[in-house]
Design a protein around this ligand. Structure first.
Ligand SMILES: *[C@@H]1O[C@H](CO)[C@@H](O)[C@H](O)[C@H]1NC(C)=O
Ligand SMILES: *[C@@H]1O[C@H](CO)[C@@H](O)[C@H](O)[C@H]1NC(C)=O
Ligand SMILES: *[C@@H]1O[C@H](CO)[C@@H](O)[C@H](O)[C@H]1NC(C)=O
Ligand SMILES: *[C@@H]1O[C@H](CO)[C@@H](O)[C@H](O)[C@H]1NC(C)=O
Ligand SMILES: *[C@@H]1O[C@H](CO)[C@@H](O)[C@H](O)[C@H]1NC(C)=O
Ligand SMILES: *[C@@H]1O[C@H](CO)[C@@H](O)[C@H](O)[C@H]1NC(C)=O
Ligand SMILES: *[C@@H]1O[C@H](CO)[C@@H](O)[C@H](O)[C@H]1NC(C)=O
Ligand SMILES: *[C@@H]1O[C@H](CO)[C@@H](O)[C@H](O)[C@H]1NC(C)=O
Length: 492
């Protein structure tokens, strides 16, 4: 009953406290209420205090246990010690490890760089009381420098200095070559802002094998074309000059190769030979002048004359007395021209009947005729005996002892005098052979079955004219090349 009343009273109190009239019931109710309120207040207070403690602890922990990711902002940061220190200086390709709205005075604010960059200079900024930021540990402001890949390697070379733990942008690396090798150019490479390396000259240097001193050449003096203060390296060329009274036979230069050896022009070592006044190409050959070219010969002493020496064909030593190469020279010329000779010894020419006569009568000579067509086929005719007789015989031909694969195109002309368009000695009463066949030769009622090597340069197949003809090989065809060459008979 009481408990019921109590409950009803409490209900009443709760519903309508102002209408409670029972004094005892009211006292009881007031006492109960204050006890419960006190308890709840303490619990609330403790909860608040715990929350504050947790927050403070969290803040302290986040401030002092540095999380790995930079730039994380903490909104839960206390700013009770407010200061004039707002934001610390910024840093390109990096920044402060943690960004906060405000910073404490004298608080260490560490900096870091984004990945791929390395921090150089002070790593910490501190704000002083007046709100100014200064750098700690070092005066120097930090810089985030690009970390470079490994510098390029150089074959037969190494990097000059001890390498650092990492290479950074604008680092410069220099190379040196291994023993016996030498750099061919400037050797430095610099790391760019983008982390890649570029060579000072735009392309990598090379370590080239050095060459020893250039070879000594007898009777020659060296003219060095390279800087004397550095060793000879591949590509270097030195020039020689023959001493007075000596002439080159081979190249004037030698070049240092990448395998450390010297190579002469045309793969031949330079050679100086004593200058001589040769009587013939054969004599030049004997003295070592083994290159086929134009030389001056002095078969009768005196001033001498230029002649092409064939030092290659058939053991060399051939005086070339007639040559057709390209039709550059007109061969339809008169008697006097054929007597004294004409043309260019480097090209098409005729050495002259008088010269041939004097040479071939002074000592026995052999004759070789080399022929070529426009398909690059070649043939030759060789005569063991060849002589041109005196002007009194009109330079008649004496020839014999044929061999070769071109056929004998002279046998039928043996003993014939020479004819030109202005000196008709061809033995034909009704034909002027030199005129008809456009040449000058030892015509015998013209040249049927024989030859006409001084004929008109007609370039290959033709109909009814002379042309540069050697009929035993090809008829109705004007040859591309023809050359007549003589050499003193060897005494067997
Ligand atoms: C901010 O700086 C001014 C002077 O520069 C100073 O008077 C003031 O006390 C500073 N305030 C704080 C919170 O440090
Ligand atoms: C910053 O530099 C100082 C002095 O060089 C060094 O002792 C410290 O460990 C560095 N701090 C960081 C976070 O790299
Ligand atoms: C880096 O920069 C240099 C010039 O500064 C440039 O030549 C090179 O191509 C660049 N490399 C890359 C990988 O971007
Ligand atoms: C050329 O080089 C050689 C070898 O180094 C040296 O002996 C010589 O004196 C040099 N000659 C000149 C003219 O510089
Ligand atoms: C040697 O050279 C001189 C001058 O260049 C030249 O006159 C002479 O004919 C040459 N001698 C020989 C054999 O080549
Ligand atoms: C160097 O190279 C040249 C050309 O390649 C060659 O002819 C020569 O035999 C080489 N010499 C050596 C010693 O390897
Ligand atoms: C040489 O030629 C001339 C002119 O053609 C002639 O008069 C003379 O008889 C010839 N002599 C000989 C030996 O053939
Ligand atoms: C070759 O020349 C002769 C005259 O020398 C002529 O009679 C003949 O018809 C020519 N033959 C050809 C195929 O042109």
């Amino acid at each position: 009953m009481e408990s019921f009343a109590y409950r009803s009273q409490v209900d009443e109190v709760q519903q309508e406290p102002s209408q409670i009239s029972d004094a005892g019931g009211l006292r009881f109710s007031k006492k109960l209420c204050s006890k419960r309120m006190k308890f709840m207040f303490v619990v609330l207070l403790m909860a608040i205090m715990i929350t504050i403690l947790v927050v403070v602890l969290a803040v302290v922990l986040t401030r002092h246990q540095v999380p790995p990711q930079p730039y994380s902002s903490s909104s839960a940061r206390l700013n009770g010690e407010s200061s004039n220190c707002t934001q610390p200086p910024t840093l390109e390709n990096g920044g402060v490890r943690h960004r906060f709205p405000m910073y404490f005075v004298n608080e260490d604010v560490p900096y870091t760089c984004t990945s791929g960059y390395k921090l150089v200079g002070s790593n910490t900024s501190v704000c002083d009381k007046s709100g100014l930021w200064r750098w700690k540990y070092q005066q120097k402001a930090p810089e985030c420098k690009k970390i470079c890949s490994a510098p390029p390697t150089l074959k037969q070379g190494t990097i000059q200095d001890q390498p650092p733990p990492v290479y950074l942008q604008s680092d410069r690396v220099q190379y040196q070559c291994n023993e016996g090798f030498h750099l061919d150019q400037s050797n430095s490479v610099t790391c760019q802002v983008n982390g890649s390396w570029t060579w000072e000259t735009g392309h990598p240097p090379m370590c080239l094998k050095g060459c020893a001193d250039p070879p000594l050449v007898r009777y020659a003096t060296l003219i060095n074309s390279t800087d004397q203060n550095r060793p000879f390296i591949a590509g270097d060329t030195v020039k020689y000059t023959c001493n007075d009274g000596y002439n080159f036979t081979h190249g004037h230069y030698v070049t240092c190769l990448s395998n450390g050896t010297w190579q002469g022009e045309g793969n031949k070592a330079p050679r100086c030979l004593q200058d001589i006044r040769p009587k013939s190409c054969l004599e030049l050959l004997g003295a070592g002048y083994s290159q086929s070219k134009v030389y001056k010969i002095y078969p009768f002493g005196g001033a001498g004359f230029d002649i092409y020496c064939d030092q290659d064909t058939d053991d060399g030593g051939w005086d070339v007395i007639q040559r057709r190469l390209d039709g550059n020279q007109d061969f339809y010329l008169g008697w006097n021209n054929y007597v004294i000779g004409f043309g260019d010894p480097n090209d098409d020419y005729w050495i002259g009947l008088e010269n041939i006569h004097r040479i071939t009568t002074a000592s026995p000579h052999e004759l070789r005729i080399d022929l070529g067509d426009f398909l690059s086929l070649t043939r030759f005719a060789k005569y063991r005996y060849f002589q041109i007789n005196s002007a009194a015989t009109n330079y008649s031909l004496s020839v014999g002892g044929f061999s070769g694969n071109a056929g004998d195109g002279l046998r039928r002309l043996n003993g014939r005098p020479f004819s030109t368009y202005d000196r008709d000695n061809d033995g034909s009463s009704n034909t002027h052979c030199a005129v008809k066949y456009g040449g000058a030769w030892w015509y015998a009622a013209c040249f049927s079955g024989a030859s006409n090597l001084n004929g008109e340069y007609l370039r290959g197949a033709h109909d009814n004219k002379g042309g540069v003809a050697w009929l035993p090989w090809r008829s109705n065809y004007s040859l591309k090349t023809a050359s007549m060459k003589i050499r003193r008979q060897s005494i067997v």
